[in-house]
Design a protein around this ligand. Structure first.
Ligand SMILES: Cc1cc2nc3c(=O)[nH]c(=O)nc-3n(C[C@H](O)[C@H](O)[C@H](O)COP(=O)(O)O)c2cc1C
Length: 188
């Protein structure tokens, strides 16, 4: 395989998408879309993520040190795309139809239509010039009870259909191109 060298970038490295849920200072929920999310080990499984620049999600997490991470599925994609393209500084952002519940263990808003919700507590914040890296304890995982069925892992994943992103496009679980960032929200 012959290679070319490129400046730092992550094209062709698909990432799983999550909607982070936080409460604003006035107690109202905010959701934003994120993909810089992965796992760490420290005696038990934890989460690491990075939020760049200034975002309402980041402001809320740095204040309360808790948030939810809700797996994005094909069903949720139009709303997820919207929540990733519209800033929380827009006062009308959350005036859309969302089925919002509460965490079982932490005071975090969760999306009831997402099959996996992590309830996360931030233990370490590594401040960089224009981004914050956060290490988190997983305090609870809320999982759709139908994922405990006897189906194979492939059948379950095909059914819940998590969405991935790379090259500024969304891809379905079976690899289908589901549009560029900013496109799925047009169907709302
Ligand atoms: C597909 C996609 C993935 C994103 N992933 C991240 C991410 O991992 N980190 C980040 O800082 N911003 C990410 N963003 C940008 C935020 O979702 C966006 O700034 C959003 O408006 C934040 O909402 P908020 O202002 O309510 O927090 C992503 C956006 C899209 C469309």
């Amino acid at each position: 395989m012959s290679k070319i060298s490129l400046k730092p970038y992550n094209d062709y490295c698909p990432q799983t998408l999550f909607l982070y849920g936080t409460y604003n200072e006035d107690g109202k929920p905010d959701f934003g879309l994120f993909c810089w999310f992965s796992y760490i080990w420290d005696g038990e499984m934890g989460v690491m993520c990075c939020i760049g620049g200034n975002k309402l999600t980041k402001e809320n997490i740095l204040r309360d040190k808790v948030f939810s991470a809700n797996l994005v599925t094909e069903e949720l994609l139009p709303v997820a795309d919207y929540l990733g393209c519209v800033s929380g500084n827009n006062p009308d952002k959350m005036k859309i139809s969302l089925d919002i519940g509460k965490g079982e263990v932490l005071n975090v808003p969760v999306l009831n239509n997402s099959p996996v919700n992590f309830e996360l507590e931030v233990t370490d914040v590594i401040k960089k010039k224009d981004g914050d890296v956060m290490l988190c304890k997983i305090r609870n995982v809320l999982q759709d009870e139908s994922l405990s069925s006897d189906e194979t892992a492939y059948q379950k994943l095909s059914r819940i259909a998590p969405v991935k992103t790379t090259v500024k496009h969304y891809f379905g679980y079976d690899g289908r191109d589901m549009g560029a960032w900013g496109e799925p929200m047009k169907s709302l």
